[in-house]
Design a protein. Structure first.
Length: 202
């Protein structure tokens, strides 16, 4: 097995519908052949490919279709922005014929990695407006004040990561759920973990 390949991706593909497996396997093979050293990860519960720690492309399979797309979108595929949305560059895939020719797909992989090498961020990331920070739920605020290590980790996090915790705690309806989520938040913060740390890598 290629040392860059993750067993978790093997398991993901094996668990998908029969029509999707050849599509995912083929796309995976092209990615690795086009850019030796590219690494695999699990992002948002789906297979993804990373170059120098940055997201290159991702793929997924659902009940009736599969998807494969580049994080840089149209800057890689050459399609219009209407045709190409991030991570779904080629629409709903139901057979290998729905993917671009192998040589073209390989060229796109290399172009995506070259954009990362050049430090060029995806357009949909550079155009995103910063969101205002959410107020910290009172129970979480009190717990942070009582734990300097957790508070220090909280202060060091980016606003987006603090927001994830605020939303998670804030959406709880029952007091017991709030308390459980606050306790879990403090535990993870002490360990320096973001809210969705489980999905960052596999």
């Amino acid at each position: 097995m290629d040392p860059q390949c993750l067993p978790a991706i093997d398991a993901y593909i094996a668990s998908r519908a029969a029509f999707a497996q050849p599509i995912l396997n083929h796309a995976r093979d092209i990615v690795h052949a086009a850019q030796p050293g590219i690494k695999e990860a699990v992002k948002w519960s789906h297979p993804a490919f990373l170059w120098k720690g940055k997201l290159v492309a991702g793929m997924a399979a659902f009940k009736g279709h599969a998807t494969f797309g580049f994080w840089h979108g149209a800057a890689v595929t050459g399609l219009s922005e209407v045709e190409d949305s991030a991570m779904e560059s080629f629409g709903r895939l139901t057979s290998l014929a729905d993917l671009p020719p192998d040589a073209e797909l390989a060229d796109m992989v290399r172009k995506a990695c070259a954009l990362i090498d050049a430090g060029i961020a995806p357009k949909h990331m550079t155009e995103r407006k910063p969101r205002a920070e959410l107020p910290v739920p009172p129970a979480l605020q009190a717990a942070l004040a009582a734990n300097p290590t957790a508070q220090a980790a909280w202060d060091a996090f980016a606003p987006s990561h603090r927001r994830e915790y605020c939303e998670w705690v804030g959406e709880a309806k029952r007091e017991a759920t709030v308390a459980a989520r606050v306790a879990q938040t403090v535990e993870w913060l002490v360990e320096g973990k973001k809210r969705n740390w489980k999905y960052e890598n596999c």
